[in-house]
Design a protein around this ligand. Sequence first.
Ligand SMILES: NC(=O)c1ccc[n+]([C@@H]2O[C@H](COP(=O)([O-])OP(=O)(O)OC[C@H]3O[C@@H](n4cnc5c(N)ncnc54)[C@H](OP(=O)(O)O)[C@@H]3O)[C@@H](O)[C@H]2O)c1
Length: 283
Amino acid sequence: MNTELPTLAVTGSTGGLGGRVATLLAAAGVGQRLLVRDPSRAPTLDGAVPVPFAGYGDHDSVVAALDGVTTLFMVSAAEDADRLGLHFAFVDAAAEAGVRHVVYTSFAGAAADCTFTLGRDHFHTEERIKDSGMDWTFLRDNLYLDFFPYLVGEDGVIRGPAGDGVVAAVTRDDIAASAVAVLTEPGAHVGSTYVMTGPEAITMSQVAETIAHVQGREVTFHDETVEEAYESRKRWEAPDWQYDAWVSTYTAVAAGEMAEVTDDVLRLTARQPMTLAEYLARQ
Ligand SMILES: NC(=O)c1ccc[n+]([C@@H]2O[C@H](COP(=O)([O-])OP(=O)(O)OC[C@H]3O[C@@H](n4cnc5c(N)ncnc54)[C@H](OP(=O)(O)O)[C@@H]3O)[C@@H](O)[C@H]2O)c1
């Protein structure tokens, strides 16, 4: 067993969420190994040791990289036709490597039949982790609030079949701070599922109004039909599963599956999560 490297492993540190988690852990003086596909892109942080591996699907390199790890922060993989297969391979290899506790970033409302198609992958990944024998903690993230400005088209319109549904989006900063609370005291969070949300649930019309107000520009929401949504997204070439994911993000909002507001960020971090207006005002 590798006893020289830190026993806490973090994935996704070259990305938005994992990078924030790694930075906060380093600031708290916590040692970590950063599992990275490209070590030259690993963040340089005190106490952080980049450990190269070939990705979630590569069994042997995962088992080697996780040798001696007790707690693993698993960021869900990038969208992929076989994301579930990658997740299963990674979870199985983590268990084989002797990992004791997986902290996984899942999705709000994850269920076998949830409207958001990728939420189903998250549900099945959670089940795989539960069946693995490892301890687990799930952070079920709502939509990333910091993505909302990017939903605005060049014409100032947010388009999608979200109707009057509300969404309790949350910033990646708030998710990362919550994750760090769990990772620095993992034993206290075994078997817990936390639903990561902002402090309010708002309609897409309110999202548009807030961006317009804070940024001083015209932004509106157009409630597309499902057919219009598939049609308008055809300007980006993509496989069918990707169109389904894009459109079902909005139909899940319409169905109320992203509406739940919790105080889990507050409970874990002792601070209120940011609203959209607060987030935008800080940019
Ligand atoms: N809640 C939401 O609204 C929402 C929105 C978008 C995505 N997500 C999910 O949340 C995850 C984290 O978000 P983010 O903003 O941090 O995404 P991001 O900036 O794209 O970062 C993804 C990270 O995961 C790593 N990664 C992806 N696929 C991998 C694989 N197969 N094997 C090993 N590492 C892999 C990437 O490594 P490389 O740098 O090597 O590629 C990168 O470090 C995403 O991957 C996605 O699953 C959630």
